[in-house]
Design a protein around this ligand. Sequence first.
Ligand SMILES: Cc1cc2nc3c(=O)[nH]c(=O)nc-3n(C[C@H](O)[C@H](O)[C@H](O)COP(=O)(O)O)c2cc1C
Ligand code: SF4
Length: 513
Amino acid sequence: MSGLRIYVPRDAAALAVDAEKVAEAVLAEAKIRGIEVELVRNGSRGMLWLEPLVEIEKDGTRHAFGPVTPHDVEALFDADWGDHALALGPTEEIDWFKRQTRLTFARVGVIDPLSLEAYEAHGGLKGLRRALGMTGAAMIDEMKESGLRGRGGAGFPTGIKWDTVRLAEADQKYIVANADEGDSGTFADRMLMEGDPFSLIEGMAIAGICVGATRGYIYLRSEYPEAIHTMREAIRIARARGVLGASVLGSDFAYDMEVRVGAGAYVCGEETSLLNSLEGKRGVVRAKPPLPAIEGFLGKPTVVNNIISLGTVPVIFERGAVHYRDFGLGRSRGTIPIQIAGNVKFGGLFETAFGTSLGALVDEIGGGTATGRPVKAVQVGGPLGAYFPRSKFDTPFGYEEFDGEGGLIGHAGVVVFDDSADMLGMARFAMEFCAVESCGKCTPCRIGAVRGVETVDRIARGDVDAIPLLTDLCDTMTDGSLCALGGFTPYPVMSALRHFPDDFHANAKEAAE
Ligand SMILES: Cc1cc2nc3c(=O)[nH]c(=O)nc-3n(C[C@H](O)[C@H](O)[C@H](O)COP(=O)(O)O)c2cc1C
Ligand code: SF4
């Protein structure tokens, strides 16, 4: 066998299941056999149940094998990386992969994340080059036309946010990328930073040039050491190659950026709390107004956007707003990288146009539960998202559509639970989470969440009279909290109560018997 190009992911999810040892085994086995191997450490293709997913390039087509253990490597070489029990065929023909529309994640898992050449060969920097020839106003029009809305949770139109910063008068403006990614079951930000870091750099540079910001920060959670390392390395390469610095790609625009590591608090994902933390202060929520777009980092106009929002900007500028906008449903335009997690057979990152039903995501794409038991509930949108019962599975994935069903899509995390889940316990967990993570600034959240745990405990002891009290408390938290941590905790609590009332009355029934 002559020279081979083999891909072994260095994504954290693959590393967690021994990808490093697989890479070592591939090199060792190749050496024994005297075969020349070019080992590429790519990001993940997103099919997490198949990790480590090893690929081999044959006649320009990549063939997948997985999940590969270090012990499988010898036999894979014996089989000439062909007919083997772990062979999955051409990677992009695997049904789960093929069903996706990959725009934001087009390069993730495909290229070596730290090869600027590979990035450019796959369309990278085209968007930035185009943006450099446009006026700020034209760039805003492009963003508005694309219909892109914030992927961090609130779904606010990105073009409008940028325009506010662009029109603000100031001697200094900033771009801040929110990589706190605290939502349960979410990993899209991490995967993008580890698998295609230049797309985030390019998106932030376009944002900077558009609004007149010369500096940017990525606020990155400390729990992501691989992403921190990859992003820092990518920034260093981009600077050395003139993508960042005093003259972006030789233009008159200056833009540079750095990574700042967060200390680990869910509330530091909230943009004003994040800005306080970035300034070296305690991560406490600031009252709005002023909006960060007017008075943000160090009191200057600041764009705060999620990693996926910013990482989607290059493809919008490369292919044009209309191309992006033409995917989607209603006011939810483009694609959304959905993270399927929890008790599910086929978990991973599935990027698709808005509009796929929740049921299709859970049953067809996710393949139902990993335990094989019936699906009981699905929590969408992180710890502040509602629980959806099977009767709501026809809800299409879209901002307004989920809102209409008393839920939210948040950062597009979908966490599946089987019929052994105790929804009263999940309601308690939501209140407890809020109590632990509350920044303490406002009373409905700081005190309400503690009272919430106590009230759920009363219900658990069979005191059904506490149910109206829980509803009342949730109303107070919704109406009176300063930010969405206290304000949205009632979503999981009330959806659990509304859709799974039996779990709240079980102990009362037992007590009466
Ligand atoms: C408690 C709380 C936690 C949040 N965590 C995150 C987070 O981890 N990542 C994120 O991008 N947005 C998070 N947000 C939303 C941010 O406040 C903000 O809306 C977002 O970063 C704006 O970017 P976008 O418009 O691109 O979505 C959080 C909000 C709240 C209330
Ligand atoms: S709702 Fe909670 S986290 Fe948000 S400002 Fe109030 S106390 Fe802080």
